[in-house]
Unconditional design. Structure first.
Length: 162
């Protein structure tokens, strides 16, 4: 489970392409690997079911076993039942590979060219399975950005089981 002891205000954005310092505790992921992950997220966005917002989002998770799992947003007329692309991909990854999975990189892309960092619910769900220094790549107002997951969600909820 993700755990972080950093200051909540000490986060920074990196422009897309600055991958060299993104993964301190994971194998180095090259820019080409991350670009391919973004491409997979864009492909997944094409399958979005978003008749209400028309906001088509895809996510791609690279697991520590090297597998890539994708998901897309699926809307519902009862908006609270909508599932985001990141959670869709996560549920698929656990379904395919089991609860022992670990995520070493995340890419989120949309077909609307709007900012789409993972929402709070997705961040918290990812926290159960992600390597803290995993890069998270997403569309921002001024292009693609990346952050370490530990910076994106510096104070995740934790539960110590007895």
């Amino acid at each position: 489970m993700y755990s972080c002891g950093t200051d909540a205000l000490a986060s920074s954005l990196r422009t897309f392409g600055d991958w060299k310092t993104m993964t301190a505790n994971t194998p180095t992921l090259t820019e080409s690997v991350l670009n391919a992950l973004v491409d997979e997220a864009r492909k997944a966005a094409q399958h979005s079911y978003s008749p209400y917002s028309q906001f088509k989002v895809g996510a791609a998770l690279r697991l520590t076993n090297g597998q890539v799992v994708t998901g897309t947003n699926v809307e519902n007329v009862s908006f609270g039942l909508t599932i985001c692309a990141e959670r869709s991909a996560l549920v698929s990854a656990v379904s395919q590979f089991g609860p022992q999975i670990r995520i070493e990189a995340v890419a989120v892309a949309n077909l609307n060219q709007k900012a789409s960092p993972p929402c709070g619910a997705c961040r918290q769900m990812l926290a159960e399975f992600i390597v803290p220094d995993a890069p998270v790549v997403f569309q921002s107002e001024d292009g693609m950005r990346s952050m370490k997951f530990s910076e994106l969600l510096p104070m995740a909820f934790e539960m110590k089981l007895k």
